[in-house]
Design a protein around this ligand. Sequence first.
Ligand SMILES: NS(=O)(=O)c1ccc2oc(NC(=O)c3ccccc3)nc2c1
Ligand SMILES: [Zn+2]
Length: 236
Amino acid sequence: PYLVPVVILIVGPATWVEKFPEARGTRQSPVDIVTSRASSGGSAPPLVWRYSVNHPRSVVNPGYCWRVDENGYDSELRGGPLGSDVYKLQQWHCHWGSVNGEGSEHTVDGRAFSGELHLVHWNTSKYNSFTEAAGQPDGLAVLGVLLMVGSKHDELDKVVRLLPYIQHKGDKVTFSEPLNPANLLPKRIAYWTYPGSLTTPPCTESVTWILFKEPVQVSAEQVRLNLCYYVNGKNV
Ligand SMILES: NS(=O)(=O)c1ccc2oc(NC(=O)c3ccccc3)nc2c1
Ligand SMILES: [Zn+2]
């Protein structure tokens, strides 16, 4: 029994700080959203988004879960906590747990969800590339969508059905089926927002997090498919 804690320390987030000093910062994500401590939205302008639908996208196995690259096609996210800057969608990906019901990164009043979708945007008003923006405090904006088991999600299924073809880290498949990332968002767009960071290395503190309050439903089969192919990037 004495061996286990040492092994966990070697591979867990606790070691990220050695290679990524940002991970020791003051605005690290994910966090637990304590709803009683969240202030009301005040007079923030509405959050507005527009995504292009008909363009080729690629699904990649980056070694954890899956990621869809927008390949530079046009999109816009503005308003809400983003001031007067316009952000552009770079990629979107998911986080699933290895045990159903505990896959999300953010928790709400200590409760984890089955998974969490992240739509990663960068500030095109101020910076010239994602990489440049990723190093700036107002460089990135990530829309977080909590996933819970319920009815099948048809838009997400356009990606889930491709997972058998990218079972190994680095695998990539391009598809041109029309897909609107706006259909991945919940109907009610109330959200929590806070200044945070990338949740995985390099953990850079450059993310304005916008986490929608309403979870989106995905089927148990869709969770199983994700779990089967993407338990920490290993093929199981
Ligand atoms: N879970 S997270 O906080 O949304 C998160 C965490 C780590 C991330 O690293 C990247 N890098 C690129 O997308 C990228 C895009 C183009 C070129 C290089 C990198 N996006 C991230 C999002
Ligand atoms: Zn993420």
